[in-house]
Ligand binder design. Sequence first.
Ligand code: BES
Ligand code: ZN
Ligand code: ZN
Length: 512
Amino acid sequence: MKQIISVDIKTRKTDLAKCKTDVLVLGRFSDDKKREKSAQALDEKLGGAIARLVKLGDFNGKPGTSVVLYGDGAIAAQRVMVVGLGEQKKATLDTLRKAAASAARKAVSLKAKTLSLALHRAWGGKLDGAAMGRAMAEGAYFGSYQYDEFVTQGENGRPDALKVEIVDPEARAVKALDRGVCEGAVIGAAQSFARTIANRPANVINPPTLANTAREMVRGHKGLTCTIFDETQLKANKMGGILAVGAGSKSAPRLIILKYTPPRQPAKGSPKVALVGKAVTFDSGGISIKPSANMDQMKLDKTGGIAVLATMKAVAELALPVNVWGLVPSAENLPSATSYRPGDIVTTYSGKTVEVLNTDAEGRMILCDALAYAVKQKRDTVIDVATLTGAVMVALGQYKAGLMSNNDGLIKQLQAAAEDSGESVWHLPCGEEYADEMKSKIADLKNIGGRWGGACTAAAFLQQFVGETTWAHLDIAGMDIFQKATEYASPGSTGFGVRLLTTYLMNLSKKK
Ligand code: BES
Ligand code: ZN
Ligand code: ZN
């Protein structure tokens, strides 16, 4: 199997004109009047070629646009790429992250082996140096990623490795950038890891092989341990939800339990967190089978669980002083002679019984056991992440994940992490009315609600399993499935949730 492109990121102090590289990248706002001096000096060496492009209207600096010029010996770089940053007043750290991603994506398509980013210079020091370094590093990982492990006869080869550097002529700026680049490289690599595991098809990743992947990941990481509940242990623990969903597949279900021990004590009062992620390695719908069009995308129904694994990897590498577990229930949802059926009544780990009215509403069936387990293990804050409903895609499209919660403080913390990480969320309700729809006449709950508000009724179902524990639910169905290529992303899994959850935990660790 081919290796995914390997990325390596550093910072370097250099004069832009003297920067020897395959591609040197500058940023430009669409309403930029006075150009930043290092970019200006570089353009003078190029005989004013960039200014001419702008004057002719061939490059307008809109987001998502870019232009490539050739160094032709006038400067040390082979090429200069100018990336559009849009309007100055609208620009955020995510603008920078996306610009870095789009530059990296283009660099890979140009078969560049070295990429030097000076995008941050356009801000002229208005943003924090470390934050800019982190955003560019995350973006470089994100944009250079493409899933081609199984391509043996592609026509367009790509380099095996991309060496990225964040360059700046000032030593002080380099120092600040460098702090962020170190963090960004860890987070970016974790997100790429998530994308690769997620993009692997269901004939490669099933619950047992996913558990092996988790075991392997933990092996190289200090502070992480991994326990796997196989079918026997799931039965011994009466995890009826996970067992029911997994019953139709020859690959038996698993519960992956990752525990992190921080190298130094978390701050006093810092919560014991559990991240819970849905990992349905293939969701055919089961007996309530899905239509065949685009069913291939349902190999991505495991991305919530994988985001949790990758976040645990990042947490360990960043050595964050937080107390966190990762719980990943995993099953394959298939129709067969041994599948669970519509009408079945399942007794879940919590003791609550669930009438199954649709076997395609399987995510909540496996999550409810893991959530109840987290509560039983006395975790203070429980956050689940799942490609749970098509309904959340109807509500929010492919721009924001749904956020439901029983705690205003946690909502604020996750909204702040979303802002910082560029992985966007939108608060949706899950109160009593929705919970009422999930009541069954012949069991405690049923697994589907009425026709409307499906993302909210699904969340309300989950809420029944956390009691008074502080809890949030992230429905990421729109963010990681059915993704098309954009100027800064290749198609397939986006690894959504890795940056968001890692940022949430980093912010926790910064609090006094
Ligand atoms: N994994 C799906 C949700 C999904 C659908 C994600 C489309 C991404 C794109 C989930 O298990 C599911 O099938 N949900 C059903 C629930 C319904 C039966 C109440 C849905 O959304 O249709
Ligand atoms: Zn389903
Ligand atoms: Zn599903």
